[in-house]
Design a protein around this ligand. Sequence first.
Ligand code: FES
Length: 152
Amino acid sequence: MVVGRGVGLATLAPLVKAARANNLGVTAILSSRERHMSMSQHHFVDVGARLVEVNDDDGSSAPDNVMECIRAQIQAGQCDALFTCGSKRLLGIIQHLAREYSLPGQVALEQQMACGLGMCFSCVRVMCEGQKTIHRRVCWDGPVFDALEVQS
Ligand code: FES
């Protein structure tokens, strides 16, 4: 399952394409401010992903609703891994459900960067490695991380 909002959806589209090419079913939860602003639907539809669109207009993108939507998919056996990009709110939801159901998950982080080469440390994020707190450069060590590594 991929869960994204706004421009983050563009990052998830290649992942969905790769999953479908490997015959894996994909549910894509697409979140947007307004229904007509939802992005990249055609990329997901074209490769055969099942779409669930939520938006701020009708309140369906509220965190509690998104959480229950994903939970229903998990309980129906439609989800064995979670992927998201960018949104801290969505990352928090993914982390919560990944812990609750012992599912793997990954996040592609969005972060302001100065050099983009690993030298300036402007893109450092705080992460967990077991019980240790560590710092990782998003540009060099990521931008994709285990969802449970990232402190949100
Ligand atoms: S942007 Fe400079 S170290 Fe990441």
